[in-house]
Design a protein around this ligand. Structure first.
Ligand code: KG4
Ligand code: ZN
Length: 339
């Protein structure tokens, strides 16, 4: 009963997420998304996202508290994503969190978005062993992180040097005319395709250079060229085969590098998070390769992998539980926060 009760606010991209957590127990996860407003632009438009956050903020907080069946007065803290993310979008969440913290007299916890993607797994699978290795793949990030302490020491081992993994899914989906966001559509079509039918390139797998970095831009271009060539010849584009072959190229590299990072660093746990962690082939290949390597795999359910408020609340609760210092009311929104 004395586990910390924390409300978390997430506005780093296009989801206004507000979660309520008690210790490792999820009590509420309310979300308002502006994804439909961005669809016609084929990507997230920062100004549109900021305005949508502003409109959704107070109703989403109210909805989360109601869902959790708790009073704001009983909270032990307000956690908020301080970065990285879109500057204007972050600012809406940080300002709201400060206002609530000040008005309610509660401590404020500014958290790192990527660390909260890792911590959310505690809501599903209990305490995370430390150090933990994390592969975070979404529309905005593709990072390998070594986390000796999820509340304060999360070290980037590698990241994408061009497109994020989810971005590659979205761009290839656009080439195939599958709409935005493209990840779920590619995942679906790939089930009917042959992943070995087209040999697409695996970026940055040549040597030990950039051993943990990723590159998906060459892959995206290769897929676009392949599809264009087919169209020029007036032949039908085998969407399922292209989707499956592209998807295989992405998840092959992601899982290979994540497992190598675990082995090189003597870590026997891997967690995968971010929107792309919802990908069914990534899940099955990671499971297979982790089993072969003697690594325990933890992947939260898809609803917790995409951006949400519960993950922020989860990290906030962990900070309260470990007695980490609260942020001051001049906490900045920092779009370029490391990690
Ligand atoms: O974490 P998220 O909701 O937002 C951020 O980008 O931070 O991730 C969204 C990304 C999009 O690029 C979307 O296409 C991708 O995750 N995604 C998927 C799947 N579901 C979502 N990619 C591959 N397979 C999926 N099943
Ligand atoms: Zn994210």
């Amino acid at each position: 009963a004395d586990e910390p009760l924390v409300l978390g606010i997430e506005t780093s991209c296009d989801e206004t997420g507000v979660g309520v957590v008690r210790g490792h127990t999820l009590l509420a996860d309310a979300i308002a998304s502006s994804v439909d407003e961005h669809a016609r632009f084929g990507g997230v438009v920062p100004e549109v996202a900021s305005r949508a956050h502003l409109e959704a903020m107070i109703p989403t907080v109210q909805r989360a508290l109601k869902q959790a069946g708790v009073s704001a007065r009983d909270l032990d803290g307000i956690a908020v994503t301080a970065g990285p993310g879109l500057a204007g979008a972050l600012l809406v969440g940080v300002s709201a969190a400060k206002a609530y913290a000040y008005a309610l007299g509660k401590p404020l916890y500014g958290v790192n978005h990527l660390a909260s993607h890792i911590c959310v797994d505690q809501l599903e699978h209990g305490p995370l062993p430390e150090p933990t290795m994390a592969l975070l793949v979404s529309g905005g990030h593709s990072s390998l992180l070594l986390a000796p302490d999820i509340t304060g020491d999360v070290r980037p081992l590698g990241a994408t040097i061009d497109d994020a993994a989810g971005e590659a899914f979205d761009k290839v989906a656009r080439v195939l005319g599958l709409g935005f966001p493209g990840g779920p559509a590619i995942d679906r079509h790939a089930r009917d395709g042959d992943p070995a039918s087209i040999a697409f390139p695996r970026g940055l797998t040549g040597g030990r250079d950039a051993a943990y970095d990723f590159s998906f831009s060459g892959l995206k271009t290769a897929v676009a060229r392949w599809v264009e060539a087919r169209r020029r010849e007036g032949r039908e584009v085998p969407i399922a085969d292209v989707a499956a072959s592209f998807q295989e190229a992405v998840v092959d590299v992601l899982t290979r590098k994540a497992i190598r990072a675990c082995k090189d660093n003597g870590v026997d746990h891997l967690m995968i998070g971010g929107g792309v962690a919802a990908n069914s082939r990534l899940r099955s290949l990671a499971l297979e390769r982790c089993a072969d390597a003697g690594i325990r795999l933890r992947v939260p359910r898809p609803g917790l992998c995409t951006d949400n408020g519960a993950m922020v609340a989860a990290l906030g609760a962990e900070m309260v539980a470990r007695g980490r210092p609260a942020s001051t009311l001049d906490l900045p929104a920092d779009s370029s926060l490391p990690v």
